[in-house]
Every structure is written in structure tokens, then in C-alpha cells.
Design a protein around this ligand. Structure first.
Ligand SMILES: [Fe+2]
Length: 443
């Protein structure tokens, strides 16, 4: 039997962990960049998972300093699922505990800790050299899984996040950690069912949850795939919670059925809440091609109790990022990728800068053989929403190799500022962050 698509080509895992210093570069690395670009993704060690989303997490990192690419490293995250993987390969069931994480989705720094995240489990902590420290549960306070898409408020330094899942209520819990990392708030949110909730939104005044019609399906668990299915009957809703009344009621708004993996950003506009998202018509409907995701804007109006839903551009795109220093605040631009997910490439691989007010895109087109991943915005100076670079791992099929590519975020028509040639390919993955050495705000 031929291997599944998520084990073929650059979806296939790499078999080894490498440490290579002084990498070759085409172009010039901006000398002011000092830190590490870290990116997480699935890299199954010994088994063939039932879905791309279910492989063991591996973090790939590149350290930049003084215009040099000092090192490349890749390391599996030593979760309990990973360390027991040999037994699993021999036929032992994956243990059902909160630390049996694949930890394959994101890597985020808050309060001096680097957390690797997958939404089905609790975090693991790693070092800047990608060694696993161990599980991290906020000093025993975190009792739920943790989303891989927490939000850091640039004003307060707080980490806002949620956990979801389970077979009985509460299916959703909202959490808030203070700037020093202490978990200071956990409250259940009443939703009718366990639905897939990959991301959420934060504004200066509100938290916005997406309760969408992709519901937990135990029969799918038994088949070894993702345990979720599209529902034609579940009501799609947005839930809005005031940040200054975190134990208060969540107000729910009905919206058109659809699914959102990723939000771009959100902000308050008077009484209204504006949310930019990458929306698709549906998801996880069995035997149905993946629906094309594109840029949408929701405007939630508490006066009318309704949501205005507006598609800003119809080009397929995903993996949105912003200047994270504008999280929850009005943002001029969002950065997305028009590739990296099978079946969604329509106009060739590209990194796109969207004007979030107008929806007008500016595109950096890659050759057809090159596939970029998520493009992380790296500030060039201390002006939020100002100049910066985009960092992304780009896989080149003609060489079966990957580069860390740096683009000028303000001049996407130009050729890359630098391409750092990596000693091995980096399999397609999910999310990452630039971790600067000088980081007073945990960005
Ligand atoms: Fe994600």
C-alpha cells in the first residue's frame, strides 16, 4: 500500500537530528538581527499517523547574529508520547494523559519560557537550543489542554489562551496568565458541544471565541484519523467576553456556517469588534476536497446583535501573521502564504501582504518548485506596524533542500534579502516565531 500524502515528498519526516554551524548564505542577513527563528511541525519518528496533524513535534531553529547564520538545529520535543514511541510502534496504545502531547504546532515565548504547543494537550518547555526541559502546567494550575494560538497583549504583557475538548462539560475554558507567567484566571465557557477550536481573538477590550460546526466524533477516533467531523446542524457562533469582566457572561452571535483555523487579528472599533480571519466554507467533511480558505472580515455589532461578514479577497491563502506588537489593536497589514497546504495552490506559491483595511494584496511570487511556509513578521525597529522582515522556511523541490528565506516585508516585489541554505530539508510544518536576544516584552 502506498504511503499517505502526509508522508510523501516534503511532508515526509526527516530521520535525524542535526547541529550544523556557519551556514552558507545568498544575499545578506540584516546585521541587526540577533536571535533564533524557531518553527514547529509534525515529524513522526516511527509510526505513520492517521493525519498530518498527528505526527510527533519537531522544532527547527536557525540562529542569526552579526550578519551570520550561526547554527541550524532540529530536535524532536521529548514528550511522553515521543519517549514512549518505541513501544507505540511495537503495538502499544498511545497513553491517554494530558502530557502525551505531540507538541507539534507552535513555539511561543512568554515570561521567559519557550513553550511548544499542541491544542490537544498541555505545553512542554524547551530551551533556546531546542532541548526539552519538560512539561509545563503553570505550576500545577493549568488543568486543561492549551491552544497552540495564545495571544500576548502588547499593552499588559498578559498571555490569553483557552483549552477545549473532552466528553463532558465544560468543553471550553478561558485562561489568562499575568505578564510574569502566573496563571491568574481560568473560567469555563458554556458551549453546547466539543467543537474544534484552533484559534481565537483578542482585542484591547474583548476576547472572541469561535464555536463552529466541526464537532468531536468518537467514531473518527477509532479510525485513527482526526476526531472531528463537519456538522450540517450545529449552529456557528462567535462568543464575546469583556476583558474587564472576565467572569461575566459571554455574548453569542450567530454567523454563517463555515470554519476558521486561523485569525489574523482583531480590534475594537467603538462598540463594535472587528475580526480578520482566514475563513473556509467547511472543513472535515468526509470524502470532500479541502475548501479554499481566504481573507474575511467579521464586524460584530452589539447594538444590532448581528455580525457583518465580508470576504475581502477570494484568493486561497492561509497561515496569517501580523506584527505581534499590534495584537488586539488596529493593524495595517497581515501576511499570509498561498501554499503549504496540499490542494490549495492555485496561482503558484507566494507570500502575500494584505492591506487589512482594503483587502488589497501585494505578492512575493516564488518559482513553482519552491514552497514557503508561514511567514513570521520580524520588526526592524521599535515602531509597531513599521518596517520589518518576513522569515519563512522555503522548500525547493528541484534541490530537495530548504532555505530560511528573509524578505523585506515592505518590498515584496524585491528578491529575498537573504537565503540561508540549510543542511537538510525542513518538512512542511505549522507555526514559528522569531525569538530575539533582547526581548524585554517577551516577544
Ligand atoms: Fe495553527
Amino acid at each position: 500500500m502506498s504511503p499517505p500524502a502526509h508522508m510523501v515528498g516534503n511532508f515526509a519526516p526527516v530521520p535525524t537530528e542535526a547541529t550544523v554551524t556557519e551556514l552558507p548564505v545568498t544575499g545578506a542577513i540584516p546585521p541587526e538581527l540577533a536571535g533564533q527563528y524557531l518553527r514547529n511541525g509534525p515529524n513522526p519518528r516511527s509510526d505513520v499517523p492517521g493525519h498530518w496533524f498527528l505526527g510527533d513535534g519537531m522544532v527547527h531553529g536557525v540562529r542569526l547574529e552579526a550578519g551570520r547564520a550561526v547554527w541550524y538545529r532540529n530536535r524532536w520535543v521529548r514528550t511522553r508520547a515521543f519517549t514512549e514511541g518505541t513501544e507505540r510502534a511495537a503495538g502499544t496504545e498511545r497513553p491517554s494523559d494530558p502530557l502525551a502531547a505531540t507538541a507539534n504546532t507552535h513555539v511561543v515565548r512568554h515570561a521567559g519560557r519557550l513553550l511548544v504547543l499542541v491544542e490537544s494537550a498541555q505545553p512542554y518547555e524547551i530551551t533556546c537550543d531546542l532541548d526539552t526541559v519538560g512539561p509545563y502546567d503553570f505550576g500545577g494550575r493549568l488543568r486543561t489542554p492549551m491552544t497552540a494560538h495564545p495571544k500576548i497583549c502588547p499593552t499588559t504583557g498578559e498571555l490569553h489562551f483557552f483549552g477545549y475538548g473532552g466528553v463532558e462539560p465544560p468543553f471550553l475554558t478561558y485562561h489568562r496568565a499575568a505578564a510574569d507567567g502566573r496563571l491568574i484566571l481560568s473560567r469555563p465557557v458554556d458551549v453546547p458541544a466539543h467543537t474544534m477550536m484552533h484559534d481565537f481573538s483578542l482585542t484591547a477590550g474583548h476576547v472572541i471565541f469561535m464555536d463552529l460546526p466541526v464537532v468531536f466524533d468518537l467514531t473518527a477516533v477509532l479510525s485513527g484519523g482526526m476526531p472531528y467531523r463537519w456538522s450540517d446542524t450545529y449552529q456557528a457562533r462567535l462568543g464575546v467576553l469583556r476583558r474587564d469582566d472576565p467572569h461575566g457572561d459571554v455574548r453569542w452571535y450567530h454567523i454563517t456556517p463555515g470554519f476558521v483555523f486561523h485569525t489574523v487579528n482583531a480590534h475594537d472599533d467603538g462598540d463594535r469588534v472587528v475580526v480578520h480571519v482566514i475563513r473556509q466554507a467547511e472543513a472535515f467533511r468526509p470524502d470532500t476536497p479541502v475548501a479554499a480558505p481566504s481573507l474575511w472580515r467579521w464586524t460584530i455589532d452589539p447594538t444590532t446583535g448581528s455580525v457583518d461578514e465580508e470576504q475581502l479577497d477570494d484568493r486561497p491563502t492561509e497561515f496569517p501573521r501580523i506584527d505581534d506588537r499590534r495584537t488586539g489593536l488596529p493593524t495595517s497589514h497581515g501576511y499570509t502564504v498561498a501554499s503549504a497546504i496540499p490542494g490549495r495552490i492555485t496561482e503558484g506559491p507566494a507570500v502575500t501582504r494584505y492591506d487589512l483595511r482594503t483587502g488589497v494584496p501585494t505578492v512575493h511570487q516564488f518559482p513553482a518548485s519552491q514552497v514557503p511556509g508561514e511567514a513570521t513578521f520580524v520588526p526592524a525597529d521599535d515602531r509597531p506596524d513599521g518596517p520589518g522582515w518576513l522569515m519563512t522556511f522555503v522548500y525547493d523541490a528541484t534541490r530537495d533542500a530548504s532555505d530560511l528565506t528573509i524578505l523585506d516585508a515592505g518590498d515584496l516585489g524585491a528578491k529575498p534579502v537573504a537565503r540561508i541554505h540549510l543542511p537538510q530539508r525542513v518538512p512542511f510544518g505549522f507555526h514559528g516565531n522569531w525569538i530575539p536576544d533582547t526581548d524585554g516584552s517577551d516577544r
